[in-house]
Design a protein. Structure first.
Length: 325
């Protein structure tokens, strides 16, 4: 039964519709989610994520920020699902006003059909009751995107970890406190390592501060952990780290190159973020086909996918992906 309690609306910006893919939004405040938690309102809350038009220019800006140079999207006139998910998550973060330093923990994305350029998208999110594990707090939100006809085009679920700033690191893949990496500049370098034995291309990317700045503007995720060296140095990471959705975009690019249009229309991702990518780090995607299911009207391919630090070999993301052919 839906609760009749009225909960405060936090972080909802008035004055018309804005889109993380199209506009530069303000900095996140620190206390919004805490106010919701204190009032017992976070669990079961439904949030309006606003509406925005997906344009060729906005998609081009997003792809430039993540370093994806595939011509596929413009040849087909279709929006990559990961760009829609990034926009939804950026809008969600603005409304939650989570404490700075919150990090991505899990992410699910499911494309439910093609999204051509020019389509107007409306998003909603539903928040689950927060879960605690010691000093850690996990906040999970499911989101849904629809076009103007009411057709659902994307669904997903994001889990964010909120930890004390001095929470000890579990062993990241990057530098400790006081160490630095050289900035490689923007756009981030990208390379091909060929394909694995299962046919999925391997991409190599270099993380730079300029790229993180560009991604923040494209997605609306202005967490100071990705942008403010002074703040980041005081966290368990000891320095600036890349957005989780930025590194996840590298997997999406790998899948788009491997499967083409079907990925943009039917692709799914279910991943866990296991480590951080620091400035100057080189990371590489990996993927392999693990199963093939023949259905009456389609062939469904299942893959194991991930991103790892090229120098250490440590996985930063791992999980599964599917696509229907």
């Amino acid at each position: 039964m839906r609760s009749s309690r009225k909960c405060p609306a936090v972080g909802i910006r008035g004055g018309g519709v804005t889109s993380p893919l199209e506009s530069n939004v303000g900095q996140l405040r620190m206390d919004g989610a805490r106010r919701l938690l204190a009032g017992g309102c976070l669990g079961g809350t439904r949030l309006d994520l606003g509406s925005w038009r997906v344009t060729e220019a906005s998609v081009e800006g997003y792809l430039r920020a993540v370093g994806d140079t595939l011509p596929l999207y413009f040849e087909l006139g279709l929006t990559p699902p990961i760009a829609l998910a990034a926009s939804a998550l950026g809008s969600l973060l603005q409304r939650l006003d989570l404490p700075p330093g919150a990090v991505h923990s899990f992410q699910e994305i499911e494309a439910l059909g093609p999204v051509p350029f020019g389509v107007e998208i409306t998003g909603t999110a539903s928040l689950s009751p927060p879960r605690r594990r010691g000093d850690l707090e996990f906040i999970t939100a499911g989101f849904s995107l629809e076009d103007r006809t009411g057709r659902q085009v994307l669904s997903g679920k994001s889990t964010v970890l909120v930890a004390p700033l001095n929470f000890p690191s579990s062993g990241g893949s990057g530098p400790g406190a006081g160490e630095t990496h050289p900035d490689s500049g923007y756009p981030a370098s990208t390379g091909k390592e060929g394909a694995s034995k299962d046919g999925l291309p391997k991409l190599v990317k270099t993380i730079s501060q300029a790229q993180l700045n560009a991604y923040a503007q494209a997605s609306g995720d202005y967490n100071p952990l990705h942008l403010d060296p002074g703040f980041a140095a005081k966290t368990q990471f000891g320095g600036v780290i890349a957005h989780g959705m930025l590194t996840l975009a590298f997997i999406s690019e790998m899948m788009a190159e491997g499967f083409g249009r079907p990925w943009l229309e039917t692709g799914t991702l279910n991943v866990r973020f296991k480590g951080a990518a620091y400035l100057g780090d080189q990371v590489t995607t990996w993927g392999r086909v693990t199963k093939e299911e023949r259905l009456p009207q389609e062939r469904r391919i299942g893959c194991a996918v991930g991103v790892r630090n090229l120098a250490t070999g440590r996985d930063l993301i791992n999980g599964t992906s599917t696509v229907s052919l």
